[in-house]
Unconditional design. Sequence first.
Length: 300
Amino acid sequence: MTIRLGTNPIAWSNDDLESLGGETPLETCLREARAAGFEGIEMGNKFPRDAATLAPLLESHELSLVSGWYSGHLLERDAAAEFDAMGPHLALLKAMGCEQVIFAETSNAIHGRQDIPLSRSPSLTPAEMTAFAGRVSAVAERVRDAGLQLAYHHHAGTVVETEAETDAFMEAAGDAVGLLLDTGHATLAGADPVALARRYAPRITHVHCKDLRPEVLAEVHAQDLSFLNAVIAGIFTVPGDGCVDFAGVLGALRAPRYQGWLVVEAEQDPAKANPAVYAALGHKNLARFAAEAGLAQSPA
């Protein structure tokens, strides 16, 4: 029963604001991720989208593909249409040996809008949330039949952002829906990631580990910043460099014996926060937190 440590290329090249690290070659990201000690990495916008090209590229850096983000549009189309749209993405993940697909609803999301503050995040009525969760569940069942696990990503600027929204969604979602616990997005939304980990531990199938700088968090709220401007201001950092209780989060995952990836996903401006330096710090700290929590790490 082991965990594996992975990272996300968003520290080198941002997916939502491509000017952040836009000049950084993918080779640099992969080389530095492996040098930091990670054994896997998630998809990013610079990754080739065919397994025949991607597999040997990652193998050359001794990295596995962890998973990949999928932008859902279930507020605009039904489950059958969504699953059909996911086809190429699911095929790529399966061909690369992945077990999870990261799913977040983005049809009316604002996290990619630099001009819209987080205080204007979209929301659903209770009835709308129930209906939405039902559509996600239907997709998750088909994803499971296809041999993958859907991990729903609660995310700033989307309809599942706050602790109350996460609770409402998880209560209405079926058993096929796993939860991606993101420590950074939870804290940014005012939720307690330790409480979420305890509450949903048996259903948590993927974990994104990022920390927050408390002084920047206060500034984000005081100035009513957008998500992207919060990132530019330095809201996120790697585990152990901020205010998130990782000992508590990982300790809560020990009882159900969490198995899978712990992914350092700490988007920062690479011009201000050297990705190689922070990757090494993030790996070192996360490995220590995991060991102290009794989560055994697989040999890298």
